[in-house]
Design a protein around this ligand. Sequence first.
Ligand SMILES: Cc1ncc(COP(=O)(O)O)c(C=O)c1O
Length: 391
Amino acid sequence: MKFNIRDFDKVYNRRDTNSLKWDSYPKSDLPMWVADMDFKCPEDILKELELVVKQGILGYPLLEDARYFRSVINWFNNYHNINIDRENIIPVIGVMSALNSIIEEFTNENDTIVIQSPVYFGIINEINFYKRNLVYSLLNYNEDEGYTMDYSHLNELKKVKPKLLILCSPHNPVGRVWSKRELEKIGDFCLENNVLLVVDEIHCDLILEKFNFTSYASLDQKYLKNTIIMNSSTKTFNIAGLRGGNVFVFDKKIKDTLTMRFNHYGLSKLNSFFVAATIVGYSSCRSWHELLLKYINQNYQFVRNFIKNEIPTLKVSPLEGTYLVWINYQQLNIPESIFFKELEKNIIVAKGSEFGPGGEGFFRINIACPLDTLKEAFHFLKIHINSFKFL
Ligand SMILES: Cc1ncc(COP(=O)(O)O)c(C=O)c1O
């Protein structure tokens, strides 16, 4: 039967399925934190995985198999309108594993790494793990319009001589899809100051209606030579449990260095299920993906309207990309510890402070779930917000 957008309405029980999202918080009603979706992945992917299981021998997959690389190249060409050559792609078992290797390989202890906060906590944690000098450049925030980059602050950071700048594009958690001009300005800063730029594009296929994603790979050649781009099919088709992704590199020296490092750690040995799922996802799940984006868009409209009409003390940042909504509760004027202690009895959301400076007084909620689940979560949220008003 043909997949229909209403199929995303189906609620599945994910408890006791070894789900990080659902089984980490058995006492809370609704986990809405980590970035995976409560939707089944496309039927074509599931069928392909069944075939892998049926043939029954799960030895090492051959990645030189042209099908894998062709599916990646075609997806980025057809869907994002960029030309990537086979030589520019290095497979990797996960975006964060790629980032670790990049930090390890291209920086030393106490070297400066710049990130624009608030930003995905995985990036912050890795920089701290490696004891690099983490320097934040805060994004500018406007309650109605959301976030922009602070170029004048960034320019001042010349003096701390950054080795690396890590850009999240689309941005998790603030939901921005950066424009070509914004990306070029970051690129100019990196070129002028000899900074290696790492662009995390893992959410690149999750773009809301009326917005267009510009991959950093589509910029003028001059911007690419000191750049490493990371992406994956895992967020796109909800297959994060299969682990995998790709790095795009355009400079031969950087590519050779990273390839050696990935090989050393076995990071380019993707698993058979990820390879099979990605080939099918990128090759034949475009219509499922279109419906997914429509559904996320509808969920986002529900969130906006609900907050506007029912809990106007909260402010929603405009969502352009990702399925992660960034919400400001500063008007309540209560400490984060109190806010979350009560809320977590019913809903688990990601705490703003985990996303670095600029995150205090915010939370991030994952809206990639059936509408009924979302409605239930916002029903709980309204009860809690009303109770906080009287504290
Ligand atoms: C911006 C960003 N980068 C990377 C990751 C994790 O990627 P991986 O699971 O491939 O390590 C996430 C997961 O939510 C993310 O939001």
